[in-house]
Design a protein around this ligand. Sequence first.
Ligand code: FPP
Length: 253
Amino acid sequence: MSLPAHVAIVMDGNGRWAKNKGLPRSAGHKAGIDALRATVRHSVRRGIKILTVYVFSSENWQRPDAEVGLLIELFMASLNDEMDELNSNNVRLKFIGDISAFPDKLQELVCSAARNTAGNGGLQLVIAINYGGRGEIVSACKKLFIELHAQGRNAADITEQALRSHLDLPDYPDLFIRTGGELRVSNFLLWQLAYTEMYFSDVYWPDFDTAEFERALASYVRRQRRFGRTSEQLVGTSTNALRGICRDGNGKV
Ligand code: FPP
């Protein structure tokens, strides 16, 4: 199988990486930014179309105030610092999640980063901040309800395609990677991961390097995606074609 077009990553283990080294958690998050930069560069090199990363979940507000504040500061600083390189690599930024909960400064930065990179046609880097999969689905339901109500339509018009069109992220990842040794999804892209291939890595996020990324890609390439069908049915059908069937919602899988 060819390389995944869309990779989604839960970048877990910054805190434990730092603790193991006798460093403060902040050092882990800073090292996490370096690993993210390297991952973006490698995604560009490998021609990946979309990279979606979980930077701050809707549940991360429950962390100590100081850590939340640090993550927000680091996020803003790194967005500023990386803009030139992102632009020179033709990377387009998209943000998913409810940014209205963040300080105005961050909201303005996010909007201008998305605007300033909107014309780039290379990798799309999707950054999930204050994002939660359940919240995204509920908010899509509300938007769809309002739309249907305004048009005098009813529940029969609720379809997978219609709901999907109201999600923050309508694209489906081909490969999900979670570092840090935990085997869970943690409310990330709940709708979108339905047929995504999973790769769990024991390395802490700051140690996620090109070699480990390549191991994840190689694992994906070796797999057979069946989208509910049998192996025999797949003979002569490309993954892209199958992905299309699944994506359009008319494959009853
Ligand atoms: C998980 O480590 C990581 C996060 C909470 C968020 C991801 C953040 C980064 C990769 C660095 C910051 C990036 C930006 C752009 C600000 P953890 O703290 O949950 O680690 P632990 O499970 O070992 O405690």
